[in-house]
Design a protein around this ligand. Sequence first.
Ligand SMILES: NC(=O)c1ccc[n+]([C@@H]2O[C@H](COP(=O)([O-])OP(=O)(O)OC[C@H]3O[C@@H](n4cnc5c(N)ncnc54)[C@H](OP(=O)(O)O)[C@@H]3O)[C@@H](O)[C@H]2O)c1
Length: 249
Amino acid sequence: MTSPAPRRLQGRVGVVTGAGRGLGRDVAHALAAEGMGLLLLSRTSSELRSLADELAAYDVPLLPAAVDVTDASAIDRVVAHAEQQLGPIDLLVNNAGRIETTERPFWEADREELWAVVETNLRGPMLLCHALLPAMVLRGRGHVVNVTSRARAATRTGTYTGYAVSKRALSVLTEALAAPLAGTGVVVVDLLPGLVRTPMTAGMAVWQDVPDDGWTPASVSTAVVVDVALGRYDDRAGELLDAPELARG
Ligand SMILES: NC(=O)c1ccc[n+]([C@@H]2O[C@H](COP(=O)([O-])OP(=O)(O)OC[C@H]3O[C@@H](n4cnc5c(N)ncnc54)[C@H](OP(=O)(O)O)[C@@H]3O)[C@@H](O)[C@H]2O)c1
């Protein structure tokens, strides 16, 4: 009888934002399957509960918490609680994201929604980095994955301006953190997932006619996240990891 493969992230702890559905849910599965304990964040409690039920099969410590990533004091509280309950956090996956619900040019778009998109996609990752980096730097170890986008939907339609602005800014955050973090043992990278079929993309008019083979499997991105956590891309701090390109080799 062959013994099961060793779990490569056993005993380590990660945070996945936007874990309730879409890509974040797949990332949570992939990390838990490797033995990682997880703080799971998004706003919809029912999705977090059903995810935690699924992940129970991996027998890893879990902390699902319904938190808005733009809420600074809620982030501080949940991070402190997670460090107490789960232990030091090794990995942050800034995956939670939002896009405009209609394809309208900037000047016709709802300005409150535009700003809410920017807040979710930029303030959220900034708050989480701000909360988690001090302990990572102190321990001399940690990984951050910022899930970004080339915002092709925005270029193609001339819309989704808040999304395009926020994702470009998120990449600037990654680049800006790389130099001050050099030599600390903490590595921040960007991840480009390709075009993944999720509740987000399913709701976008621009992607309605994409053929079945036009989508990128989520597994392409989850493999990169696991590899980042394992240190495989430590020499690419501040860079953008294009998951479909890496999968093609
Ligand atoms: N799908 C793609 O093709 C693609 C391509 C490039 C980049 N991306 C990026 O990949 C990430 C995941 O995308 P997806 O397609 O999986 O999106 P999705 O299906 O819409 O899922 C987004 C997740 O983020 C959570 N979220 C949204 N706002 C939040 C907030 N304020 N606080 C906490 N959680 C929040 C959502 O849960 P609640 O609403 O319950 O909070 C949900 O769990 C996003 O950053 C997206 O921009 C996706």
